[in-house]
Structures are given as structure tokens and as C-alpha cells.
Design a protein around this ligand. Structure first.
Ligand SMILES: *Cc1c(COP(=O)(O)O)cnc(C)c1O
Length: 471
């Protein structure tokens, strides 16, 4: 399997070459040259597999530069009951007839990002060990991504994490989750500023190619292909749990921000998994819903990017969206470059409403979308609690709300549960007047000693800190 860039660069790369990289050299995103097809006989064979075995089968179709026995061992050590809480790893729970929740949030940080990040940690350690190299991951987080990355990389050989976050602006639970880590290879940098300052610093450091090379700076952001690939697996797992034979179809509803999660659904469907609809659920930041309704993709400025009660979906642009548009427009790298490089930079938007390909988004790729706002979230959290005794988080509530608008008779609808309610306790209290339960391993984490360095929002200060802590 070779990988290509969405912007037409001629290079063709292998999996382990792109594993440790971010963007392609032309600024595009990596995708496989083709999607391997999974036929009915293979689906039948895969039905009986454990999650780790299923992950190995799916990953094997895309990774041919890690010996199978090694890849199998990596999957087996990643997807364990000990790390994810159940032997099924991603069990389904029924709500009303034909509507299910797929639990993706029982990993170490209680959000679905663990599903991919835990694998990434093991892949990084393996590949760096094989090359006798090390990597210093620099990131910016306002919550879920940073903690998932730290819990995946803690104690891993060859990897250090430098995670910037806006000082005092994450929820107390999230701060405690990250700052209580005592591992020597994890560095929490609380920046005196807002999330955008953190992101700007990361960008500035990464653009200093000299520094980047000298200090082996890398990232783990959501455009990493390996993360997306890891997410493909749970679409297969959810399908097998909801059906008894391959003639059946299911739909998935996905609380979306950067379009990474639902893009994995698009990949699974492109491989032949019988998915009927892919339902994109957004919050007030409805960049994606607007596109699927109108054909206009309009990046938001900071003044019209809203802070909501489903904060992990508060995006101004959807960084993985380019991958889907590449497929939608017949994999024409020049067109993608014109849209995402030229037109977005000059106009901040592009309009495909008059392009004949736009109707394929619904017809061939079966995307539909919807939007959920704070009042919907509260109502959905209450409704699901009162009817089923199940507590859902704010992001999952957006998914349930939009899923219900797209139900079709006879087609099971699976909502991906992207976080546990304890991470967003304030809104649960607003909806239900009660505090969500906390898994016992997090009891008292707010009182644990903290390992965090407060630094000014200054590129030079961050660089100095990295230089002093890389040896
Ligand atoms: C990251 C995240 C999302 C959005 O996922 P994308 O892959 O960016 O679309 C939704 N919900 C939660 C809880 C998240 O952490």
C-alpha cells in the first residue's frame, strides 16, 4: 500500500514513512492510493473476531511495512479489557427501538480519542525503537486531545510530549487529568493566554525548520492517517454488534468537529462495509452542516466561532474535511489545491453547489447532517436519562439529537459515544440537577500533586523550555 497527498504531490509513501509526519510536503493530507475492498466472505470471517484481532485485520490492509506478527502484538497490547474496561472494547447499548450507543469512551481519558491515540503510542514506540530515533511531540490542547496524547505516550521509550494548554481555562477535571501525570517524558506547559495562543506557538515552532530538525519536533494532531485508520475499526465492530448477517445495513451518527471520526466512517464505507447513512452532527459551530446542506464550505473567523457546552466540537474549520472532498471530486489533486490552498486563503470559503459532484455527497457517499444547540443538548440529556436511565455527555447528546432526525425504518442507527458525562459535569448538572458519576480510578485526582510549568505566551520561552528538557 502506498499513500498519496490530496494536493497532487508526486511522492508515494509507505505507512511507516507517514506515521511520524504531519502534512504532506505540498500541505495536503495523506490518503491510501485505493481503499482495499472487503467482500461478504471476509465480513463473515471477521464477525467472530475479538476487537484486537479485528483491528489487526483492518490495519493489515493498509500497513505492509511492519511484520504481521509485530502488528498483531501491537494490536493485542493496545485493545485490552484492562485499558478499555470491557472485553468487547466498544459495546453497544440500546436506546429506543433500532437506536444504539456505541461506547468509545471507556479508555484512560474517557473520550473516544483514546481509541486511536493508544494505538498511536504503541506504533510510535515500535517505529522509533526500530530506527533508534526519538521524537518530541509538541501540541496544543483545550482538553481531550492533549490528555489522550499524554496518556498514550506516558512512559513510552523514545517519545517526549510537550503539551501547551491555556493556563486556567480547561475544566478542573481535565486539568487534574493531565497535570497529575508524573511521568518524566510528559511536560505540561500552561501558557498564559488562550487556546489560539497555544496553537500559534505550536505553528511558529513547527515553521522554524532548523529548530524542528534539531529537536526532532513532531505532532499527533487529528490529520495523522494512523489515527484515522485506527478509528475505522470501530465502525466494523459496531456493524457486527448491531447485525446478524451481511445483508443488513446500519447508519452511524457522529458528533463531529474536525471531521476525523466521521471520515473514518467514510473510509469504512468505501471499503464495502454496508453503511446506509453517515450522519454528521454539529453543534452551534455548524461549518460541516452548512456544507452538506448547501455545498458552501465557509471557514469561520474567531469572532464567529462559539464557545459551547460541547467544546470538543468548537471548530472554525474541519481539518480532515479535505480528505473527503478529495474523494468527492474524483481525487483531483489540482482541484483540491485550488480550493483548499488558493481559494480558502483568499476568500475563506468555496462553493460546490453548482458542481455536479456535490450531489454525490448525499447520493453516492450517503452523507446527511444536522445541528444541535445548547437547548437541544439539555433536552436530549434529560430525555435519554428519563426514558432509559442512561447518562450521556454533551457531545453524544448532539449525536443522538441529529440521529433521531435521520432514522429510517428497518435500519439500525448507531450513535458514537465520544465522551463520558463526567468530563462535562457542569452541563449535566444544568440538565439534571445532579453530578455525573466518576469512575473510581479518578476519585480525588484534583488533590494529587501537579507537574505543570506556567510559561508566558511567547515562542522563545517555549523553545527555551524544550531545549532545556531534551537531552
Ligand atoms: C474530538 C472530539 C469530537 C470531534 O471529533 P472529530 O474527529 O474532530 O470530528 C467530538 N466529541 C468529543 C468528545 C471529542 O473529544
Amino acid at each position: 500500500m502506498r499513500y498519496l497527498s490530496t494536493r497532487g504531490h508526486a511522492g508515494r509513501m509507505r505507512f511507516c514513512e507517514i506515521l511520524l509526519e504531519g502534512l504532506a510536503p505540498d500541505g495536503g493530507l495523506y490518503l491510501p492510493e485505493h481503499y482495499p475492498q472487503v467482500d461478504g466472505a471476509t465480513l463473515t470471517k471477521w464477525r467472530g473476531l475479538s476487537y484486537a484481532e479485528l483491528a489487526f485485520e483492518v490495519l493489515s490492509l493498509y500497513i505492509d511495512d511492519i511484520p504481521p506478527a509485530d502488528l498483531k502484538a501491537i494490536c493485542a497490547k493496545t485493545y485490552t479489557e484492562q485499558v478499555f474496561g470491557t472485553p468487547e472494547i466498544v459495546p453497544l447499548r440500546p436506546l429506543e427501538e433500532g437506536l444504539y450507543l456505541e461506547a468509545l469512551s471507556n479508555g484512560p481519558t474517557l473520550a473516544f480519542k483514546d481509541m486511536a491515540m493508544q494505538l498511536l503510542g504503541n506504533l510510535f514506540e515500535y517505529e522509533l525503537g526500530r530506527r533508534f530515533e526519538s521524537l518530541n511531540i509538541l501540541g496544543a490542547t483545550s482538553g481531550d486531545t492533549g490528555s489522550a496524547a499524554e496518556y498514550a505516550m506516558r512512559g513510552k521509550k523514545g517519545v517526549r510530549v510537550f503539551m501547551t494548554s491555556p493556563n486556567g481555562r480547561m475544566s478542573p477535571f481535565q486539568q487534574a487529568q493531565m497535570f497529575s501525570l508524573q511521568d518524566e517524558n510528559i511536560h505540561n506547559l500552561a501558557v498564559e493566554g488562550v487556546f489560539d495562543d497555544c496553537q500559534d506557538i505550536v505553528k511558529a515552532v513547527s515553521n522554524d525548520l532548523e529548530f524542528k530538525r534539531q529537536y526532532k519536533i513532531g505532532t499527533v494532531n487529528s490529520i495523522n492517517w494512523a489515527r484515522l485508520l485506527a478509528q475505522v475499526v470501530y465502525y466494523f465492530a459496531g456493524y457486527f454488534e448491531a447485525t446478524s448477517n451481511n445483508a443488513q445495513k446500519v447508519s452511524f451518527a457522529v458528533p463531529s468537529g474536525n471531521f476525523g471520526n466521521v471520515c473514518a466512517g467514510h473510509v469504512a464505507r468505501s471499503m464495502g462495509l454496508p453503511i446506509d447513512k453517515l450522519v454528521v452532527a454539529t453543534n452551534e459551530n455548524d461549518v460541516l452542516d452548512e456544507f452538506f446542506r448547501t455545498g458552501v464550505y465557509r471557514v469561520r473567523g474567531s469572532t464567529d466561532t462559539f464557545e459551547t457546552s460541547s467544546p470538543s466540537m468548537d471548530i472554525s474549520k474541519a481539518s480532515n474535511f479535505e480528505r473527503f472532498v478529495f474523494d468527492l471530486l474524483g481525487r483531483d489533486g489540482n482541484k483540491i489545491k485550488a480550493l483548499f490552498h488558493d481559494q480558502l486563503a483568499s476568500q475563506g470559503s468555496f462553493d460546490l453547489s453548482r458542481d455536479p459532484a456535490f450531489k454525490l455527497a448525499a447520493q453516492r457517499y450517503c452523507f446527511v447532517s444536522g445541528k444541535s444547540i445548547h437547548a437541544d443538548r439539555l433536552a436530549t440529556i434529560r430525555n435519554v436519562w428519563e426514558r432509559f436511565g442512561i447518562l450521556i455527555d454533551t457531545h453524544t447528546a448532539d449525536g443522538v439529537k441529529v440521529a433521531r432526525e435521520h432514522r429510517q425504518p428497518g435500519v439500525p442507527m448507531i450513535v458514537l459515544e465520544t465522551a463520558l458525562p463526567i468530563k462535562f459535569a457542569e452541563t449535566i448538572e444544568e440538565a439534571l440537577g445532579m453530578t455525573p458519576p466518576r469512575p473510581s480510578r479518578f476519585d480525588g485526582i484534583e488533590a494529587l500533586p501537579r507537574r505543570v510549568k506556567v510559561l508566558p505566551a511567547d515562542v522563545a520561552a517555549i523553545k527555551r523550555y524544550i531545549a532545556e528538557n531534551v537531552h
